[in-house]
Write a protein that binds this ligand. Structure first.
Ligand SMILES: Cc1cc2nc3c(=O)[nH]c(=O)nc-3n(C[C@H](O)[C@H](O)[C@H](O)COP(=O)(O)OP(=O)(O)OC[C@H]3O[C@@H](n4cnc5c(N)ncnc54)[C@H](O)[C@@H]3O)c2cc1C
Length: 290
């Protein structure tokens, strides 16, 4: 059971904080404990709003040993990023952290009812979907190196991929990634497999038996929604499948907001997801005080 902060001002000592059980309806249930959901919960906690953060784990970048391009956290393991955020959230008292899956949600006129995998029901004024996206698994054994020697984003992992990067695929986004890395040579042969030595990826096998030595690979990046909740709730989507939101994360369904990769058409990153989470939380507070 989480707890709610009671704020009292005795004049002499300023604010004194005491803990009371969290009352329902909660102000918000946040679904997803990645950067978007964690930041949204923090922003809500900063202004004493009651929040349940439900996360099924482990998050999109969990296979990466380190995350990059995150100011002041460059090189931090993703699990550490989450653990520190959760520890800090737990200190606020108005946040309940729940390790579970949200199985279903129903939107009423005045509240949202959420059912967890455990069967527990939560009632809240708002629902924030920070449910992320799921990457379509890569073929040829590349998935074993996903997030480390194989990545989709040059800004996140390009620097660590080394001096000889093979970009797989001819789609516009792959061509774009290759140009970001500079010094492009085009090879039109089909990739048929990978070569590994001592657990490391060392080359790409090509049709006809040739190999292309490499220190890292840029590939993948095709995604689908990380949860069926947006579709089940009837949230409008953009043509690329992302959830349609306004600047404050509001979806087409009243009381339902979305933030992070699930609602971003491009530029997926820890910082972008967290920023969207913060804006959506501000949107919720705005509605709560309206
Ligand atoms: C391999 C890889 C490496 C990356 N490296 C970097 C990097 O170095 N730097 C960078 O900036 N970005 C990186 N990214 C991108 C970054 O991981 C994402 O942009 C970011 O995690 C998006 O945050 P999010 O909160 O939207 O979603 P996520 O971090 O994916 O979190 C979504 C969470 O929602 C939970 N969830 C979904 N449905 C439910 C449900 N029904 N009930 C409960 N919980 C649910 C999931 O379990 C998950 O924990 C990388 C991506 C990949 C694929």
């Amino acid at each position: 059971m989480g707890a709610r902060l009671e704020v009292a001002d005795d004049g002499e000592r300023g604010l004194e904080l005491g803990l009371l059980p969290l009352e329902e309806p909660l102000d918000c249930v946040v679904v997803g404990g990645g950067p978007a959901g964690l930041q949204a919960a923090l922003t809500l906690a900063r202004v004493h709003r009651s929040v349940a953060l439900v996360d099924a784990g482990p998050g999109r970048n969990a296979s990466a040993a380190h995350m990059h391009n995150v100011v002041s956290r460059d090189g931090t393991p993703p699990a550490e990023f989450r653990a520190v955020a959760r520890e800090q959230l737990a200190g606020y008292g108005t946040v309940r952290l729940i390790d579970d899956r949200v199985a279903s949600a129903e939107v009423g006129d005045d509240a949202v009812a959420v059912e967890l995998g455990s069967g527990e029901r939560l009632d809240a004024r708002f629902l924030l979907l920070a449910t992320g996206v799921a990457d379509v698994p890569l073929p040829l054994g590349l998935a074993r190196h996903w997030g480390n020697q194989v990545a989709h984003c040059p800004f996140c992992h390009g620097h660590e991929l080394g001096a000889r990067v093979v970009v797989l695929g001819g789609e516009p986004q792959r061509e774009h990634a290759a140009r970001i890395m500079a010094g492009v040579e085009v090879d039109e042969r089909r990739a048929t497999g990978i070569v590994e030595e001592g657990g490391r990826l060392t080359a790409i096998e090509l049709e006809g038996g040739a190999v292309l030595l490499c220190s890292g690979v840029l590939a993948g990046g095709d995604v689908r929604q990380g949860s069926s909740l947006p579709a089940a709730l009837g949230c409008a989507r953009r043509p690329d499948g992302t959830i349609e939101v306004d600047m404050l994360g509001r979806t087409s369904v009243p009381r339902v907001l979305a933030a992070g990769d699930a609602a971003l058409s491009g530029g997926h990153s820890v910082i972008a997801a967290a920023a969207a989470g913060q804006l959506a939380a501000a949107g919720i507070v705005r509605e709560l005080i309206a």
